[in-house]
Design a protein around this ligand. Sequence first.
Ligand SMILES: [Zn+2]
Length: 282
Amino acid sequence: MIRRVAWATVYTLALAGALAPLPSWQVERWYSRGLYPLLQRVLTTASNAVPFALFDILWVGAVAAAAAVSYRRIRSAGWRSGGRRLAMLAIRAAAVGYLVFLAAWGLNYRRVALTEKLAFDPGRVTRAAASRLGEDNAAAMNRLYARAHETPESLSSLTAAFEDAVIALGAPRPVVPGRPKTTLLGGYFHETSVAGMTDPFLLETLVAPDLLDVERPFVIAHEWAHLAGYADESEANFVAWRSRCPRPSTSDRGSTSSRFATGIREPAGCCGSRPGMGTTRS
Ligand SMILES: [Zn+2]
């Protein structure tokens, strides 16, 4: 009886987590700016202690456990009865997994959008402005190409710039940057043009094994933005861009968009993402 009540509670919580209309300002206040930064500090610090991707252990372990349990259930109870039990097991695992995902990171999808927190004027997003940005970026890529390929940016330099960016955007405290790690999923990343991924359970930073030196800083900053609680892809890209261009000013607007295109930070000595790199996912 107690077991049934416990599972009913888990299912109810999972359904509520997926479907209930949570007020974004409450998620922002209590989770994204309250509990989550503390959790991120603990989980990323712990996962940074090992040089390999703990996420690989999670997914390989899950696949192995699913295969072993499926084999045993079907062997002992047959396809029909064993299949029913397996389906129930899968539902339970999905419900628990989803709740862990929400608690560890996923609730950040429900926080207040950056466009509601920053001075965002959609009226300035026009066809003419987009065209100007494109032309400006193309010119900058041609002008700054050689400099961007001179010296790979150090992780410490990227960390300092990223910290500037998230604090400027209102983070309550500095984010613990994830140690960039390769993963057994590297081949899949390569085939599907995925540049990086954030492990949503242990809050690790995973990067594709074939990134160029000029691609790595933007990809890593994008994944760190996810660690900072910016779950939305466009917001993570914005934070990564902000960390490549730490202090834009009105008079600097032209060169800011140029640096966005090339990923080059000022002053010289930094390099960034390859033009067109925008394929990071999580
Ligand atoms: Zn992403």
